[in-house]
Design a protein around this ligand. Structure first.
Ligand code: ADP
Ligand code: GLC
Length: 490
């Protein structure tokens, strides 16, 4: 099968969160299974260029229709750790992708609407006729719309669209300008609830809704979250649309790239280890403490890695930090936020705790440090308010770092409480709490710290159980291929 992935992120060159890992990992899995995969990305100025091999111009003078005129683009090609990637570089005063950051500008909807049109125009002009075009999140929601409204009539009638939603909270809502920009035009056609009109703001179009309505298959990133968005208010207004399109909607649990995340070979960690031989993990813990100036003592090390975003339950993360340092444990945090206020809050907290030998806050984005924390910590907290899938708990499991999570979204599908779970004892791999209050997370943390202290063998066994479980792309790769097979033009 020939699959073209259109996305705004791909690890490690353009990574804000898990979307990047998924785009890379799923593409790799599909290729391993003998499919041809190409990824189309914006050519951001802030790509991690060191990680692109053989960047060359693949297509010059791609004129992309935009607001009745056209913008000239150059398309580059390069390998990202073996994946074939095309990067679209528009030349215009809009300066869409040369902003030093991936997201966070007032014109984000225009930037990515343009990217959608450019990705299709590139496929069209360079005679790429994939079986399936797989798009992700609101940034590429207009790809299926443009495919069916424009490109299928001019030679792309056999291409099918699969759309994966990683985060329902960000939907890409904007004014009708984007319709004129992309050449869709005709507001009367699109400003209806059955197509792109936003559920709440009747004067706005909603790109994610477009992706749902026009795709042949729609997925979100865990079965539990697929249920939540159909049955709770976590749908962010799209429940009705999902109900209408329920026959093509499902939840597929993300995998983890087991090559990229491998404690046996990880080039960034101080000691290597396996479930059978954990000596290297102690070395990784020692190195992490040294790096963060933490005191060396026989105490557990708890961690948080992730965006500093209200989605992640920041008040609970903060509470976990203080709970740990007041209860004889250490805490390390690695996180960043595009919101200046949140970033400032955590910087302030860091300043406040700077001299504490039992905790360290690292505010920023560092792939390398993330690996070192997953490897060196004993536990990882994920107290999310909502979590479509969540990768940090899966990475924790892979690195023998026991997850302490809230029972929501993909966390429910991956972490099973050691004491209370309907899963067989042999599958239980962490600590789970339900409520969004301090008492709930405290009680889960208390159980985790107690097990670490009082029953080290049982704790080690729990860590080993997680390491032995298979959260690789193996299963999800098969699921997606089934979906592609189902929607492919026969
Ligand atoms: P989300 O996609 O909602 O941010 P996930 O748990 O799915 O959450 O994925 C987060 C990914 O981003 C993981 O690979 C995690 O290691 C990485 N990550 C998040 N914040 C940072 C950071 N500050 N530095 C390095 N990696 C980070
Ligand atoms: C989103 C979600 C996260 C998920 C990731 C990858 O950013 O917040 O839960 O793991 O996408 O699908």
């Amino acid at each position: 099968m020939y699959v073209v992935v259109v996305a705004s992120e791909c690890a490690p060159v353009a990574k804000v969160g898990g979307l990047a890992d998924v785009v890379f990992g799923l593409s790799r899995e599909l290729e391993i299974r003998g499919n041809a995969v190409e990824i189309i990305l914006p050519k951001y100025d802030c790509l991690w260029y060191d990680q692109i091999w053989g960047l060359t111009v693949a297509y010059e003078n791609l004129w992309v229709p935009w607001h009745g005129g056209a913008i000239r683009c150059t398309v580059f090609f390069g390998f990202v750790h073996g994946r074939k990637c095309f990067f679209i570089d528009p030349h215009s005063d809009d300066n869409f992708f040369n902003r030093g950051i991936f997201y966070g500008h007032y014109d984000d909807p225009e930037r990515f609407a343009f990217f959608c049109r450019a990705a299709l125009e590139f496929m069209y002009k360079s005679d790429k006729r994939p079986d399936v075009i797989h798009c992700h999140d609101w940034q590429t929601g207009l790809v299926p719309v443009l495919l069916y409204e424009i490109y299928q009539h001019i030679g792309m009638g056999h291409q099918r669209a699969c759309y994966t939603i990683h985060n329902f909270r960000h939907q890409g809502t904007c004014g009708e300008d984007v319709l004129w920009g992309t050449g869709l035009g005709d507001p009367g056609r699109y400003f209806v609830q059955e197509r792109l009109q936003d559920t709440f703001n009747l004067l706005a179009i909603n790109m994610m809704k477009g992706g749902i309505v026009y795709s042949n298959a729609v997925t979100t990133v865990s079965p539990r979250h697929a249920w939540e968005v159909r049955n709770t208010d976590l749908d962010c207004g799209l429940g009705g649309t999902l109900y209408t399109h329920r026959d093509k909607f499902s939840g597929v649990l993300n995998g983890l790239d087991y090559e990229q995340w491998n404690p046996e070979t990880d080039p960034w960690i101080a000691g290597h280890f396996t479930a059978e031989d954990m000596a290297g993990k102690a070395e990784a813990k020692r190195a992490l403490r040294e790096r963060f100036f933490l005191r060396d003592a026989d105490v557990p090390l708890v961690s948080y890695v992730g965006r500093l975003d209200s989605q992640k339950g920041m008040h609970l993360v903060r509470h976990a930090l203080f709970y740990c340092i007041e209860n004889g444990a250490q805490f390390v945090l690695l996180g960043s936020s595009p919101e200046p206020d949140t970033q400032a809050h955590f910087r302030h907290l860091k300043g406040q705790l700077n001299d504490n030998p039992d905790c360290h806050l690292e505010i920023g984005f560092s792939e390398q440090l993330a690996h070192q924390i997953y490897a060196g910590a004993d536990m990882i907290v994920v107290p999310s308010m909502y979590e479509p899938c969540g990768l940090t708990q899966m990475i924790g499991l892979r690195y023998g770092t026991v997850p302490v999570v809230r029972s929501v979204g993909g966390l429910v599908d991956t972490v099973f409480d050691v004491d209370n779970s309907d899963r067989p004892k042999a599958e239980r791999n962490g600590f789970v709490f339900d409520d969004v209050d301090f008492a709930a997370i405290e009680s889960a943390l208390a159980r985790a710290l107690k097990l670490w202290r009082d029953k080290p063998k049982a704790f080690a066994k729990l860590a080993a159980t997680g390491m032995a479980q298979d959260y690789s792309w193996n299963v999800a790769g098969e699921h997606y291929l089934d979906i592609y097979e189902r929607i492919r033009a026969k």
